[in-house]
Design a protein around this ligand. Structure first.
Ligand code: ZN
Length: 867
């Protein structure tokens, strides 16, 4: 283990010994080192328990000196270690000055102050500030910051930090400087600075009360024309937050910088967001519809943090979901208001089921508010983010949207400028809405996905509906309490006409029944409409009932879900048969009839049609089994796809014809839906290598004016042996050689191609000049793409896929532990696989564990091996 690794516990929280009112930072950026001089106005915290010592965190830097009230400290007055500077017996109120140097040019960790291309930028959440200077690196120490930066004017013409630029000018030796003041007190994780030779696009936004906000978006020169969608999205988000929550932006400028090397999507630093270029760049010819949606949603997410996260922040990192869950929820509502509401929600549901549920059922299951961690960076999880968002959604649903918005305003007013807890948020919700959330609080404290069982009984025109709940044990949490679960239901008759309006049932005991009266025949139940709670529904509905819901349910989520359930029934039966060595199980006629009905009466929303025609993913299918057999799942899914494609080949040809591009690219619901249906139709046709398909796909590739249609063509060609495949791949590589993000699509496409030697192909690409091991986006495209998008290759019987990932994790760990840990996470669910796969995955983990590892990777690997 490296360093003095310690597990941190939520219960151990202690208030900071000293508070800091102002922070003055002076950065002198030189080609070899950056000199840092930090000045703090410090005072003893009246609420602290022990003030005999003051701890400032600091790592990977060179300490120079420290002074209190202008007097340099003697070595006996402080203790310096690898990760802290501890001051003994500080006075009650004092000015503290510390000087140190850092080396951003050599810093490849993508944390602290580091280099991305020719840009130097900072990343401080969660504990990166302690790589910049000595400071109590915890979010409950909030201060007002002034930042002075000086640097070479030629190399770094643009200097940026949080807040307003209050002074700037030239210095000797070709240097220049700028001074920034941020009027809002903030935790150090929201500090940011960027220097570079940057291009910029500019716009402005006038808030409802008339404040004119200067909007600037910086990026490396030459990329400006890929930034307009992000800028438009920002303005949409600003307007949405005013219209929906009455929240206006609070500074005179909002600056965004897009950098090529970034571990996450983006960072909400006050007034100075730093983004991964993957979440900014979107031009019709370089980005797909999903990229456009991603950019829009991440831009909005970071903007929404200005209130939910920045104005009111977290007391400690166990409270991360306080800002992330709430902001994800706000982002989700925004996305629903911009796009197809039904399909946007379906995608949110799918993320929960395919990624969050497995996490919540595996060795790394943790509550939305975790109790302990070794490395905080490992807890930026789908549980804290997406399940946290679903928990907020349940509160909003129980309160009603208007009351919920008033409650959020109450929370923001009550705690403005404070660092608070999830409990503070829940109390504010209760105060404002009058809800009693006592039992509801378990959602924050308990890990695991509750199972909700639905049973019905019909007699004498009366339907009795019984809901029961059960939550399996998770690591360290065996006896699960009963959850408070909102379950929306509606009832339909045999013709699919509604016979009972939608209504929300509150399941808060082990089992509860409701009766509905006055039916001539047994109604069909539509349950968990809109996915009102993050639970697994256990409800065995007949094929007929599912087909009825698939054709008529007024809730798009349930309509889609009924189709998924129908597909799943067939697939599960087939996979099970194959596992037992029996003959494959063919799809029932009713399934084809249901698809035919769907094609005859498609929903007006084209995207919904496309989603309903898409088979459940391998991940979703895996969730249906205790022991996942990748190969049986792959075979069953592929053969069902072939059967559907064969049966409806003409219909898919016709769909492709009617949904081919007929006008210039525009990113809107109708056109994106059109392109989605086109892609799905092409995909089915490719499955059976329909005559002329390869030539058609190649022609689409050549003629398309946008990346979405072009990728649809490439995806269709991906697994074919046709000569067109290599021709378009080569053309792609040539056309986009200077666009690394676009080349990520090229890498991913090859990593996900079904071929016997895909492991070898990935190894070749790792050595290709177009790949860059120091860039997280490249790694995610090639290795992430391989693990998640090429299950057959990754789980290859000889273990070559596991060996490849283990090799790369070991190579990456000293360079970028955060990313290495994330990759290691992909091996930890080995226990969910059949023995042949489980053994290989476990052995790979064990091999990784033998090496000297970062705390990040060590924590993940240990959890993976402990089960
Ligand atoms: Zn966030």
């Amino acid at each position: 283990m490296t360093g003095d690794t310690q597990r941190k516990y939520r219960a151990d929280y202690q208030p900071p010994a000293y508070l800091i009112d102002t922070v003055d930072l002076d950065f002198e950026i030189r080609s070899d080192r950056t000199q840092v001089r930090a000045t703090y106005a410090v005072r003893r915290n009246p609420d602290a328990n022990d003030t005999s010592q003051w701890r400032l965190d600091g790592r990977d830097m060179q300490f120079l000196s420290a002074a209190i009230d202008g007097r340099a400290l003697d070595t006996h007055e402080y203790a310096l270690s690898d990760n802290a500077l501890v001051i003994h017996n500080p006075p009650e109120i004092f000015t503290f000055v510390v000087e140190n140097t850092i080396g951003p040019e050599q810093n490849l960790s993508l944390e602290g102050f580091y280099r991305s291309g020719d840009i130097l930028c900072s990343q401080c959440e969660s504990n990166g500030f302690s790589r910049i200077t000595y400071f109590p690196d915890r979010p409950d120490v909030m201060a007002r910051y002034t930042t002075r930066i000086s640097a070479d004017a030629h190399k770094f013409p643009v200097l940026l930090a949080n807040g307003n630029c209050v002074d700037s000018g030239t210095l000797d030796n070709g240097r220049h400087y700028a001074v920034f003041e941020d009027p809002f007190a903030k935790p150090c994780y929201l500090f940011a600075m960027v220097v570079g030779d940057l291009g910029m696009i500019r716009d402005s936004y006038t808030t409802a009360s008339g404040r004119k906000v200067d909007l600037r978006l910086y990026t490396e020169h030459g990329n400006e024309d890929q930034c307009h969608h992000a800028m438009a999205s920002l303005k949409q988000a600003m307007a949405w937050d005013e219209d929906t929550y009455g929240l206006e932006y609070d500074l005179d400028s909002y600056v965004t910088v897009a950098v090529g090397s970034f571990n996450m999507g983006a960072m909400e630093n006050k007034g100075l967001n730093v983004f991964n270029t993957a979440c900014i760049f979107a031009r019709a010819d370089t980005a797909t519809d999903s990229d456009f949606a991603l950019v829009r949603d991440v831009v909005a997410h970071e903007y929404f943090h200005n209130y939910t996260g920045n104005r009111v922040t977290c007391r400690d990192w166990f409270q991360l979901s306080l800002k992330e869950g709430l902001t994800v929820y706000r982002e989700h509502q925004f996305a629903i208001d911009q796009g197809s509401p039904g399909v946007t929600r379906i995608r949110q549901v799918r993320t929960m089921r395919e990624i969050q549920f497995p996490e919540d059922g595996g060795p790394r299951a943790h509550p939305v508010r975790p109790e302990s961690y070794v490395e905080m960076n490992n807890f930026y999880t789908i549980t804290v983010y997406e399940k946290g968002g679903e928990v907020i959604r349940m509160i909003a649903q129980m309160a009603g949207r208007d009351a919920f918005i008033i409650a959020v305003r109450h929370y923001l007013d009550k705690h403005d400028g404070q660092a608070v807890t999830i409990e503070d948020f829940v109390v504010a919700m209760e105060e404002s809405t009058g809800l009693d959330l006592a039992q509801f609080r378990h959602w924050y404290a308990q890990a695991g996905t509750p199972r909700v069982r639905v049973a019905t009984d019909f007699e004498d025109g009366r339907l009795q509906l019984t809901l029961s709940q059960h939550t399996p044990a998770t690591p360290d949490q065996n006896d699960k309490p009963l959850f408070d679960i909102p379950v929306e239901i509606a009832l339909f008759d045999a013709e699919g006409a509604p016979v009972r309006e939608a209504e929300v049932l509150r399941l808060n005991s082990a089992e509860q029944s409701w009766t509905f009266d006055g039916f001539d025949a047994e109604p069909t139940v539509s349950a968990l409409r809109g996915f009102t709670a993050p639970v697994r529904l256990e409800y065995e509905q007949s094929d007929e009932a599912l087909a009825r819901l698939m054709a008529h349910d007024s809730d798009p989520v349930c309509r889609w879900d009924a189709a998924q359930a129908l597909y799943l029934k067939t697939l599960v039966a087939d996979v099970s048969a194959r596992r037992e060595g029996n003959a494959p199980v063919a799809a029932p006629e009713l399934l084809f009839e249901a698809i035919e009905t769907l094609l005859d009466n498609p929903p007006a929303d084209r995207e919904l049609l496309a989603e309903m025609l898409t088979l459940p993913s391998e991940a979703m299918l895996g969730e249906q089994f205790d022991a996942v057999d990748i190969f049986a799942i792959d075979a069953a899914r592929r053969e069902l796809k072939e059967a559907i494609a064969t049966r409806f080949a003409k219909r898919f040809q016709a769909l492709a014809d009617t949904h081919a591009a007929s006008s210039a690219y525009i990113f809107d619901v109708a056109e994106a839906g059109r392109r989605r249906v086109f892609a799905v139709a092409l995909d089915y046709l490719a499955t059976i290598e329909a005559p002329g398909l390869a030539a058609r796909a190649a022609a689409v590739y050549d003629g398309a004016d946008n990346m979405t249609d072009r990728m649809a063509a490439l995806d269709a060609l991906r697994d074919l042996n046709a000569p067109e495949r290599q021709r378009v791949l080569d053309d792609f590589a040539q056309t986009w050689a200077d666009y690394p993000l676009v080349m990520d699509k090229w890498l991913r496409l090859q990593a996900t191609t079904r071929r016997d030697d895909s492991v070898e192909r990935v190894r070749e690409l790792l050595a290709d000049a177009r790949f860059d091991f120091t860039n997280p986006n490249r790694i995610r495209a090639l290795l992430g793409g391989f693990v998640r998008g090429n299950r057959v290759g990754f789980h290859r019987a000889d273990g070559a896929g596991y060996a490849l990932i283990a090799d790369e994790i070991l190579r990456l760990d000293s360079l970028n532990p955060q990313l290495a840990a994330a990759l290691a996470g992909m091996l930890t669910n080995w226990a969910r696989h059949v023995p042949a796969q489980a053994d290989g995955m476990r052995a790979a983990l064990a091999r990784i564990a033998e090496a000297e590892l970062s705390d990040n990777t060590r924590e993940i690997v240990a959890a993976g091996l402990e089960q």
